[in-house]
Write a protein that binds this ligand. Sequence first.
Ligand code: ARG
Length: 466
Amino acid sequence: MAKGKQASWGGRFSAGPADLMLQFSESVSFDRRLAPFDVAGSKAHSAMLAHVGLITTAERDAIHRGLDAILAEIEAGRFKWDIRLEDVHMNIEQALTKREPAAAKLHTARSRNDQIATDMRLFFKHACGVLRNKILGAERALLALAKAHRAVLIPGYTHLQRAQPVELAHHLLAWLEMLERDRARFGDVADHANWCPLGSGAIAGTTLPIDREFTAKALGFVDAKGRPQVTQNSMDTVADRDVFIEFATAAAILGVHLSRIAEDLILWSSAEFKFVDMADAFSTGSSLMPQKKNPDACELLRGKSARLQGNLHTLLTLTKGLPLTYNRDLQEDKPPVFDSFDQAAICADVLAGTLAGLKINAVRCAAAVQDPALLATDLADYLVQQGVPFREAHHAVGAVVRLAETRGVELNALATSDVQTVHPAFKADWAGVFDLQRALAKRTGTGMPGPKQVSRQIARWQKLLS
Ligand code: ARG
């Protein structure tokens, strides 16, 4: 072989790639993390080759033995990766060929195009499982927090203005709903990844008598009944990156959710709110101002969400103009995917840790929720129950609010005779509306923040997350 010639595809070349080209085109520096999936794919593929008689069982066993040894070396950090061999596939195959001559038959009826598609689908199934577990950890931390602070009420906000009172638990359970949708989304992505590409070859399959279903089964690409699932069009299979985009989408949406949760926590931890105190373990200080305790964990959660969105955008832009089928551009699909996985994983863990260490300041919450204006809508509902049309009731309560403001008193401090001048439907019991416990107890419908409903939701989550 000519000096520097590439062993995998060097047959038609008289010279090897330039050093600069090697540096430019290598992907092994990042795709080496696919080694466990690459080895699993090669074992299943060679098992299939033996099954259909394209290699002997002895050759299959030699290939398996060699692959197991190589994977052990990789896991121990003893494997020598070489950028001259471009990617994870060729690094492993060439190391294998050196120790097991039978490995020269491994790439029969296979291309790196269907091989990388397979490695990545195995990766996605694994990554979705990991992320689902980590999200579950954050969800459990949320549920524990909600259960531990049932007595705490806070104002709910719209436009970041105090709107209506809610149980703190209701706000926390809203976050839980968001995270549960994320968990489900990663489940969907794993389902979409669950189709085996092997057998699609470079673009047009193979003339050799392979058994795609055998390989799919061996790799766990099966439906709920254990039936093998193989992709249905060889050209689509090697060109398609939808699952990559879906995975990055699920991570980006998770990022948006984490960022919104983080933003609430940042606000709540400010001196202006002081609803919560963040654990020292997830806060940092200022190098200049000795009094500062900054919510850096939450700020980074907010910041990382930009990165997760960027990764999605990279994948969309990478694929949009590509002619079918495989183009080398697609090698750039992996760094954003891996980054989304790594960042989403650590973000979910950091949220769980932040929540576990969160202290709730019940006194400050109680002071904020005491504001009787939070029950102005309840006052309108009171009038509705006296038979007043809602629009008229809304208007009347608005006038009562204005009256209280001009008098410089709180809404519930007005005299009954005063509010009756605004609307005669106000009766002597009108101020009873401002009983916070009673106001919440009336919110019994599904999804509402009353204590009975919150208890029901907590019981539901308890079951779902156990
Ligand atoms: N490292 C390549 C990638 O990630 C594998 C597929 C290479 N295929 C090819 N025809 N050069 O895209």
